[in-house]
Write a protein that binds this ligand. Structure first.
Ligand code: SF4
Ligand code: SF4
Length: 251
């Protein structure tokens, strides 16, 4: 398992998105209005300063990051602190000359990754299947050790702190879990022991480390375990739209 400082760091500046891909890692489509956010600008600046001397590349993600209500200001803050070659944008919008933020984006980001459900070559594994529901004796330390996310994805800053993984903060926002660590400079140099409480909470509520199949993002269906379904069934817009499938454990 790679240390956090050896992985990429991303900042989820919003959890608003125009898409509702199946099994989105940010659980888009399931947040009621009172859980949607566009990251506060002062907090965002603090987050950027906290990773300023991180040796790798910093990603700006969402949701759809260009839907942040103050995206122009977000870009100004990035330019104030980071050189262009140190920051990338991951977006599901086509960034061409007709796009209203085109010049700002070209001026701010060294790389742009286009990742829309229409061009997405990856099917998505279920997130909202609690590994703890499937096996109440499961050891969170073992879950994280075998989770591919800690090898190939990064650590993450959401509106509620710094996280050891890109999925955990979104899970916590949806399921009213704990806050992440304070975004103080150098938090990313810490080893996993500092994140243990969050790992114990998040990995138990997550299905990504389990081999539970894949779903095409265009289907817009989330696979959900019964316990998580009970927790979000009254508030999730996606459940109200019947865009879900209850996961049934094979005996
Ligand atoms: S475009 Fe990305 S953030 Fe938006 S729903 Fe799809 S996977 Fe999630
Ligand atoms: S929260 Fe989920 S994605 Fe993140 S390390 Fe744990 S099992 Fe993997």
């Amino acid at each position: 398992m790679k240390e956090i400082r050896e992985r990429r760091i991303v900042i989820d500046i919003t959890n608003i998105c125009h898409n509702q891909c199946s099994n989105c890692t940010r659980l888009i489509g399931n947040y009621p209005k009172n859980k949607l956010y566009s990251m506060d600008l002062d907090y965002f600046e603090k987050a950027i300063i906290s990773v300023k001397d991180y040796p790798g590349i910093i990603g700006i993600l969402g949701g759809e990051p260009t839907l942040h209500t103050e995206f122009i200001q977000i870009c100004k803050i990035i330019r104030r602190h980071l050189p262009k070659n140190k920051v990338f944008l991951c977006t599901a919008k086509k960034i061409d000359l007709d796009f209203h933020y085109y010049h700002t984006i070209i001026h701010t980001f060294g790389k742009i990754f286009y990742d829309d459900k229409d061009n997405n070559s990856f099917d998505h594994q279920p997130i909202l299947i609690s590994s703890f529901e499937l096996d109440p004796n499961i050891d969170p330390e073992n879950i994280i050790r075998k989770c591919w996310n800690t090898e190939t994805c990064g650590a993450c800053i959401t509106n509620r702190g710094a996280w050891f993984c890109e999925v955990a903060g979104s899970l916590s926002n949806l399921l009213d879990g704990p806050d992440g660590l304070d975004v103080i400079p150098g938090w990313w140099k810490l080893d996993y022991s500092h994140f243990r409480n969050n790992m114990n909470w998040a990995c138990k509520n997550c299905g990504l480390s389990l081999d539970l199949g894949y779903r095409n993002p265009k289907e817009e269906i989330d696979d959900i375990s019964p316990g998580i379904f009970e927790k979000i069934k009254k508030s999730s817009p996606k459940i109200k739209q019947k865009k879900y499938k209850i996961f049934e454990k094979k005996s």
